[in-house]
Design a protein. Structure first.
Length: 257
């Protein structure tokens, strides 16, 4: 079963990627592989002016597969996941996330990697990794760059969820709409007025220019955080206990080591 759907809109100008696993649009290894193959296919599409990401159904994504965070799978999972971010960086095609419902963990990281985030009032954004005894490597870099260190620390260290309105107030979300229908209308208007009239080539230069510092930081520090996660964090008792307790549907028993 395919876990993403790809549509081309406005001729070949906009690539619409829909996460769709029939449940919570979990970013497991199958969905990541499909996303990677799709992004790779964009490398020679010179007319592409925008990539949009959205979730089928009520939710954007529940995040990466918790089962694949287990110690024996974590290294492979993180490497595949982080490659998506490096590919988006290299493509430099403008990106937009349309968020309804839950946007959690790796799903939120995919959304915040985008240049634009549009949401409706059902949206809830959260990096809940700390509840499982782990941390989110991409968000640890991206959030600080986008909304400042103090706000990033609050979200990552506490794992608290925020509404779409709160996300707009801190500069993370561009616009908030009442419901999914008005969100789609708003995004369509944005695309038609602000993206389609522009040169696809020049848009990519603009993305590279805006992100010259961001890309440098991501490229240097994401591999370091990946190593910290795999080589240090996953050797602690509590990281493994947090993942195991979630899978076993019980409260974690922390040993603080």
């Amino acid at each position: 079963m395919e876990k993403i759907k790809l549509n081309y809109l406005y001729g070949q100008s906009v690539a619409q990627i829909i996460l769709d696993d029939g449940k919570g649009n979990v970013l497991d290894h199958v969905m990541m592989e499909e996303l990677q193959a799709t992004l790779n296919s964009f490398s020679d599409k010179n007319d592409l002016k925008l990539i949009t990401f959205e979730g089928a159904g009520k939710h954007f994504s529940f995040g990466a597969s918790v089962e694949e965070h287990q110690k024996d799978m974590a290294a492979t999972m993180l490497k595949s996941f982080h490659q998506l971010f490096f590919t988006l960086r290299t493509l430099a095609i403008p990106t937009l996330a349309k968020i309804s419902g839950q946007c959690l963990g790796g799903g939120m990281e995919l959304a915040i990697m985008c240049n634009f985030i549009y949401a409706d009032k059902t949206a809830k954004l959260c990096q809940p990794e700390i509840v499982l005894g782990v941390f989110p490597p991409p968000a640890s870099i991206i959030l600080a760059e986008k909304i400042g260190l103090a706000r990033a620390e609050e979200l990552i260290i506490t794992g608290k969820a925020i509404t779409a309105e709160a996300g707009k107030s801190i500069g993370l979300i561009n616009e908030v709409y009442d419901d999914k229908a008005s969100l789609s209308d708003g995004v369509s208007k944005f695309i038609e007025e602000q993206i389609l009239p522009k040169s696809a080539s020049s848009l990519r230069f603009a993305v590279k220019a805006c992100r010259i510092k961001f890309n440098h930081i991501l490229g240097n520090f994401l591999p370091m955080l990946e190593q910290q996660y795999v080589g240090e964090l996953m050797n602690t008792k509590d990281a493994n206990e947090g993942i195991a307790s979630f899978i076993e549907k019980r409260q974690p028993v922390w040993q603080n080591t």
